[in-house]
Design a protein around this ligand. Structure first.
Ligand SMILES: [Zn+2]
Length: 436
């Protein structure tokens, strides 16, 4: 098989040279980190006051981990390492407990991110002649813009469709001969199930590849999507703290996701002890940015669980391959590709004086899409009142939830005492989706 590369020299660099490069970039990153209030203090404590204090990659272990809470506590500018005038874009998380996290980008940062996505796209065998329909949400969420710029750099024709509106998506695919899509696995299944309903056969489409990301899914789901749409499906991994998509991506051999180690130092640790694990051992992924100027992050704990596949890939890329993400160390829910914490939902519903203390978050699959139902108990006197009033309350809760979590839930109002009561830690989340 003829293998195409975007940047062959870097993608197939020998491991020793790669490590040299990592050390050089790590020192630069330390230089940037020392300009932030968070790391200045932390690095000084670890005896690192200048990039020259880093002599080898092993010195990385002297640096404490960075956590999501560190990012929240540093909001909005505690991790900014450049003049604000040099920043050209920010992305923020949705804000789980009220405080979001923010990543700043310089022009150079965005150029590097774009290059990584271009490498990913070319690695899957796509070319400038492909038509790329991006069905991920655009905006502060990183899934949309990340792939968008990479696809443009490759020279594909990009259709920035964004998420939702299935009828329009299918029409765009048909009218513009879309050949590559970027989509969540649940939405891919949904689209596959809707083709017939909209009277479109696969023969009328030019689809050949899909990039799946933003929510965990199983190998069986990949095969199902490949069969249903008669295409090749590639896994993509990224996290907003590390730019978003483009951290790891599968090549044409579809055997694990190459992680761009000239841009990220990847460690796998035991989430309990923090000890480094060997290739092949499953643990929590920890990333250090190597090329980022505006928001350097050192040893960031992703809370994603996976392992590194030992051995070489047939594509000759030397950047190590990551397994599928097997789980998370925290309670975050991923609903149709969007990250939601139960605490966000609680925060919204509890601001309504009509709402009692008990509620339940119920998630299920309907027509391949995740369905979120929020059941809330309200005070009983409301049930004796006007039905229109109840409907209005329901609508207000629904609107507030949608504004906060960017997902359209179904809201059910229940009488006091009708939802299960728990002693101790409440089981507020009922996830009925089939296990992977
Ligand atoms: Zn490969």
């Amino acid at each position: 098989m003829e293998i195409a590369y975007w940047n062959k020299e870097i993608e197939t660099i020998d491991r020793d040279s790669l490590k040299h490069l990592q050390l050089k970039y790590l020192k630069e990153t330390i230089g940037y980190a020392l300009r932030t209030s968070l790391y200045k203090k932390r690095l000084q404590k670890a005896g690192i006051t200048s990039p020259d204090d880093i002599k080898s990659l092993d010195d990385l272990k002297r640096i404490p981990f960075t956590t999501k809470d560190d990012l929240r506590e540093s909001y909005p500018r505690g991790l900014l390492a450049v003049d604000i005038g040099d920043v050209i874009r920010i992305h923020t998380s949705s804000g789980t407990t009220g405080t979001p996290t923010v990543i700043y980008h310089t022009q150079q940062d965005l150029n590097n991110w774009t290059e990584l996505l271009a490498r990913c796209i070319i690695a899957t065998g796509a070319t400038r002649n492909d038509v790329f329909q991006n069905m991920m949400s655009y905006g502060l969420f990183t899934g949309g813009l990340g792939l968008h710029y990479g696809a443009e750099a490759v020279g594909m024709m990009v259709i920035p469709a964004g998420g939702g509106n299935t009828r329009r998506q299918i029409k765009l695919m048909k009218d513009f001969r879309t050949s590559v899509i970027h989509i969540t696995p649940s939405y891919a299944l949904h689209i596959a199930s809707k083709l017939e309903e909209f009277g479109v056969s696969l023969n009328e489409l030019a689809l050949r590849k899909a990039y799946l990301g933003a929510e965990p899914y199983s190998e069986n789901t990949r095969r199902k999507i490949e069969d249903l749409l008669r295409i090749d499906v590639y896994n993509s991994y990224g996290l907003s703290e590390m730019n978003g998509p483009g951290v790891s991506f599968e090549c044409v051999y579809k055997c694990g996701m190459h992680t761009w180690e000239d841009n990220y130092i990847l460690e796998v640790i035991d989430p309990k002890s923090g000890e480094n694990l060997d290739d092949g051992e499953e643990g929590e992924l920890v990333f250090t940015t190597l090329r980022r100027q505006a928001t350097p992050l050192l040893r960031y704990r992703s809370r994603d669980l996976a392992y590194i596949l030992p051995g070489d890939c047939e594509c000759k890329r030397t950047h190590r391959r990551l397994s599928r993400i097997t789980g998370r160390t925290d309670d975050m829910l991923i609903i149709n590709g969007v990250n939601v914490f139960p605490s966000q939902i609680e925060e919204v519903i509890m601001q309504f004086p009509e709402v009692g203390h008990n509620y339940q978050i119920y998630i299920d699959k309907q027509e391949n899409l995740d369905k979120l139902i929020v059941k809330v108990e309200i005070y009983s006197k409301l049930f004796t009142g006007d039905l229109a009033e109840l409907e209005a309350l329901k609508r207000r809760i629904k609107d507030e939830l949608r504004a906060s979590i960017v997902i359209n839930p179904t809201v059910e109002l229940h009488e006091p005492g009708s939802l299960p009561v728990f002693e101790g830690k409440a089981q507020r989340v009922v996830d009925k989706r089939p296990a992977l």
